[in-house]
Design a protein around this ligand. Sequence first.
Ligand code: FPP
Length: 315
Amino acid sequence: MASRFICVVVYLSDDDADRSYRQIQRGLITVSNPVRPNLVPTPRNGSSAASNDAPPRHIGIIMDGNGRWAVRHGLLRRQGHRRGFSRLPAVIDTAADLGVSWLSFYCWSTENWNRPVAEQCCVLGLIRQFVHTQLPYWQDRGLRFAWSGRRDRVGHQVHDQLVSAERVTANNSGMTVCLCVDYGGHVELAHAVCELARHAAAGRLNPARIDEKHIRTFLYQPDMPDVDLLIRTSGEQRVSNFLTWQSAYAEMSFPSTLWPDFSPSHLHQAIREYVDRDRRYGGLSAAVIPQGTTKDVVVGTRTSGSRDDETSVTA
Ligand code: FPP
């Protein structure tokens, strides 16, 4: 007679739940009916109609605190950066499992060239190595890779690695992992303005008709959606030139955790807080809309860079 075993799994923490769920997905553990951990809470009763009950479509992360983490552990800054990079795969996996569409990481800013040459070489080398080692896994999971930033200053090895990862993953339909490398929001906008001026001067674009959609067309990644949730670790509360255009309506999260200590449970926490936010986009919360008023008229609509928003410069 066949025996039946019932296995009860008790998760000790969010991290345990994530790890087990990922192992199930990769076939390392076999169960007949895996249940995804309940990561995003159901919105509270009475929350406004404008509050968000879905995970963020685009999460941007400013990975701050590697240097401070290294000092606290009596290590060198480059060891902090190395440990920082080791945190990315679990965060990427978790976001993809949750159904996030874009996940952008601030890896090197246009201002970071002010750091010592040794640190420039260290971080750019780690970026190249990271993309090289992760690429097979991203392919396996159907994740897309994107690079946002200037492409003329990072050195040919980094350039070629990032461009090749973009090409190889271009047709994948899963979450987009975007590394912002030699990225600055001001430079991105200056670049877009320059392109618009060039098209206008060539007679391909009527300057009087330039609008937000035209500007978006010339951003580094035109199909990048607006950032819904922007996380900066280490307790600093500023955006430091990160995704300036795209973060116009981002919800902010500033956990005190240093980036090398950041784990999927911190991401879950930030998303839980995000889900409870009341996003109004300049409109009114449902709680204050007068009875009998049509919500569509009162609540503002979101202007976002969806893939359907693309506009031809000849328009
Ligand atoms: C902004 O702070 C933060 C960044 C541009 C991220 C920089 C990250 C690194 C250099 C290390 C990369 C590490 C990993 C794990 C990818 P800022 O210090 O440049 O700007 P601020 O002076 O306004 O604080």
